[in-house]
Design a protein around this ligand. Sequence first.
Ligand SMILES: Nc1ncnc2c1ncn2[C@@H]1O[C@H](COP(=O)(O)OP(=O)(O)OP(=O)(O)O)[C@@H](O)[C@H]1O
Ligand SMILES: [Mg+2]
Length: 266
Amino acid sequence: MNFIKNSIFKRKPDEDTPEPSTSDCSGVLAVWGSPGSGKTTVAVKLAKHLADHKKNVALVFADMTAPMLHCVCPSSALECDRSLGSILAAAHVTEPLVKNNCVTLKKNPHLILLGLKSGENEYSYPPCDQQQVTELIASLRELTPYVIIDCGSYIASDILSAVSIMEADSVLRLINADAKSASYFDSQLPLVQGNLSDADKLYKVGSNLKPNQAVEQLGGMAFRLPYSYELEEQFLAQDLLADLCLKDGKAFQKEIARISKEVFGV
Ligand SMILES: Nc1ncnc2c1ncn2[C@@H]1O[C@H](COP(=O)(O)OP(=O)(O)OP(=O)(O)O)[C@@H](O)[C@H]1O
Ligand SMILES: [Mg+2]
């Protein structure tokens, strides 16, 4: 991957960052966090929440090491099998190219998905650089009012996730109540600090929090997503687009609704 650390993690001094409009809550959300913190789960549930409210939303799976498109819902639910790789392989990423290569769902007209196909990896396509990712995000902004990007954790070698975190209007920073998660952010936060488009929109989110865990050690959190057995079962059943009906599932869903209200106003 043609990733040059200093060029990716550096905003150009003359770069014009548009002022976010207070009335317009649409935009791009990057879901970032330590490995296994719940990024994909949260990204899917937020996208489902918006789609359930009849908002058009694009969900991008940036993970190139374990393509997630076919892990979050049954393949039979998808209308087609297309790849994000075909988009990022183009010299220029345009809105029609994105539109022609996103995956639609048979029963959910408000949600489009973008990700690698099963069996693909980052070397299945020619390498992309910052320009293609920036064009992808700009095209998605034109296509749908709401864009959610499920980022990978290895941002130093993952250009799609790194640029998404820096270009997003809001970033969720998922942290588990364990030493590994804290160590991850000690290591990786310096890479992005000072390079986010709007540092005020970086939300620290406790994720997969179990009742027996000492959450105080995490410090201030904007949101706390509880552990849910029902959610864990949905993940195992590759059925994250299903509704949550049990008590612990509903507690998780309630916090997802709070996040959506804060970030998107929906
Ligand atoms: N709130 C929760 N309640 C129960 N299980 C959860 C919760 N959040 C995440 N999990 C579980 O944690 C595991 C990791 O979740 P997920 O794949 O969403 O994390 P991730 O951050 O995307 O991981 P990766 O770094 O591999 O991309 C899954 O088994 C998932 O079911
Ligand atoms: Mg993931």
